[in-house]
Design a protein around this ligand. Sequence first.
Ligand code: PLP
Length: 370
Amino acid sequence: MNPIPVNTPLLNGNELQYLTQCIETGWISSEGPFITKFEAQFSNYIGCSHGIAVSNGSAALDIAIKALNIGPGDEVIMPAFTIISPAQSVVTAGALPVLVDSDALTWNMDVNQIEAKITAQTKAILVVHIYGLPVDLDHILDLAKKYKLKVIEDAAEMHGQTYKGKMCGSFGDISIFSFYPNKHITTGEGGMLLTNDSELAERCKKLRNLCFEPNGPRFVHHELGWNYRMTNLQAALGLAQLEQIDHFIDKKRAMGASYQQGLLPLKAKGYQLPLEKTEYSENIYWVFGLVAPSPEEKERMVNLLTENKIGTRPFFWCMHEQPVFQKMGLFKNESYPVAEKLARNGFYVPSGLGLSEPELATVVSIFNQF
Ligand SMILES: *Cc1c(COP(=O)(O)O)cnc(C)c1O
């Protein structure tokens, strides 16, 4: 049996044609014409007035935090259950992540636990939409208004997902996307910041480009930034991918529906499958995750899948249990039981856009042998 990787991207639209144009014209740096096209078309697709393309999603988070002037003494509320990128950006900016436990069904930050975490130091709520279903944004927006907080939306797993009919990534003061190869559209490595605030957009552009002064003398800097620029080659890929996004989302939803049906018998064995929908969104299955009834059961199942050359990945590991943060003295004696259970019992199965129907059927059959 051929191995079934946990992710394979689909690159069979205009990707090769646009990349060839880059090579033929010599435009391979961040100065090329695909950058502004991709920024305009992606921001337009999400419904924001400005898009700032960057080298990856984690870079976009660094820029978002700095653009909002979040630094030492400030607190940022975010989920305990997330990829490390948002927490890393906050910590490296000198600010403090304040963690919130997860909702057991959507796996997103439990919005009912946020208000109790707000202090005089709170600057922002950093929303991380998890695995295919968004956070219940209305609660967040109400709190942000009441306490005058900024909202940062990490929509890296949410391309094309909507909340009550409006695009995720269009709600935050700043939102970010990643275009890593396992996201709904990819540029290899890449990311984008989106905002409706033209001043913030200018700040993001400056921060991505070493804080060169747009109007001052060249090579004289008043502030530190990064070289987080995207290349024209990446943007060429992104543009070709964006042309296919509706099809990609349909494909992900079809994959999700097939897994839901095929893996239904697991529910009787105590497994939790992703919610198909909530009252505000329908799952787009960035990945198809499962929560086993125990860590031992997860290990047994993951081993069986591995023996059959089927790729899996564990769920995120919680921020308060990260050795790197513990060594810094962060999150001492904190506990988030729902997030901890997700981290210990959760894993996901092959769910990339390149997954074929027979491959999906193979994955399902291994589970059901068990
Ligand atoms: C993938 C991802 C990121 C990081 O993006 P990179 O492009 O890999 O740096 C950040 N946040 C979330 C929620 C992600 O899924």
